[in-house]
Design a protein. Structure first.
Length: 259
């Protein structure tokens, strides 16, 4: 009996020790990413100006900066960026804030080549935090994705272009600018989500909200885009219905196949 009791006690010690170590490592990773970002003056400025405001806004939804995931949706024609938030353990997001996109370039439709000034359309994620951006702060968008590449099989990744960002200021040649004031909020939320373990923050970019009015307005004038738009509309409708991160595959022709 003494041996069994000793074994049980030792096992408990090992279990709680491992749990403590895991918790410490998780906290350290959280703290390290924020600390690394705060090495930069503009990130510190964003936190100084926006942390309390965001904390209070999130509290109204029973959320905190220490436990959020985020998801963004941009609409090119409406020139709006919607921010959605949820607790890490929740499945569904809820709308949090809406920001004006202050300038646009190109036209409606996908981005297919370098130098076309187009803002991409499709389903992406944030792939770069740039605290030293020329446009105050910026977040990289993962264009070109596999759908973009497969829709353009004769073009190399270089031909398709890149360096598409969500950023401050109010200039663009294919990016999404929301002014210095609003990028501070978005950047802080993104840093917190990344520190909370969200390694791929979704950003979905649509030509417009797929209402019947917009379809009647834009479809007849853009017949070559209808097939592409009908494909991404499926994702739009799924997100509108469930407010959950989309799960999809990409077929050989670059179509999104939603789960």
């Amino acid at each position: 009996m003494k041996t069994q009791k000793y074994y049980f006690t030792t096992s408990c010690c090992l279990f709680f020790s491992a749990l403590f170590c895991f918790s410490f490592v998780a906290y350290k990773k959280y703290d390290d990413f924020i600390s690394e970002q705060k090495r930069y003056k503009k990130v510190r400025q964003a936190y100084q100006e926006k942390e309390d405001y965001l904390t209070n806004k999130l509290k109204q939804k029973n959320l905190s900066l220490q436990n959020i995931n985020i998801l963004m949706v941009a609409y090119k024609d409406e020139e709006e960026l919607e921010m959605y938030v949820k607790a890490k353990s929740d499945k569904s997001y809820q709308k949090f804030l809406t920001y004006d996109i202050c300038r646009s370039s190109g036209s409606l439709g996908a981005k297919n080549q370098q130098g076309d000034y187009q803002v991409p359309e499709g389903f992406y994620y944030i792939n770069h935090f740039n605290p030293m951006s020329s446009y105050f702060l910026s977040l990289g968008i993962s264009y070109p994705n596999q759908a973009d590449k497969k829709r353009n099989p004769t073009r190399t990744t270089k031909d398709l272009g890149g360096a598409i960002y969500l950023h401050g200021s109010c200039v663009t040649i294919g990016c999404i600018p929301i002014t210095d004031e609003w990028i501070k909020e978005v950047y802080v939320l993104a840093v917190q989500a990344r520190a909370n373990g969200q390694t791929k923050i979704p950003i979905y970019v649509f030509p417009f909200r797929f209402t019947e009015k917009n379809k009647d307005t834009f479809y007849p004038k853009n017949q070559k885009l209808v097939r592409f738009w009908d494909n991404i509309k499926i994702g739009y409708e799924k997100f509108e219905k469930n407010k959950q991160k989309l799960s999809f595959q990409i077929d050989a022709k670059g179509n999104y196949i939603f789960d």
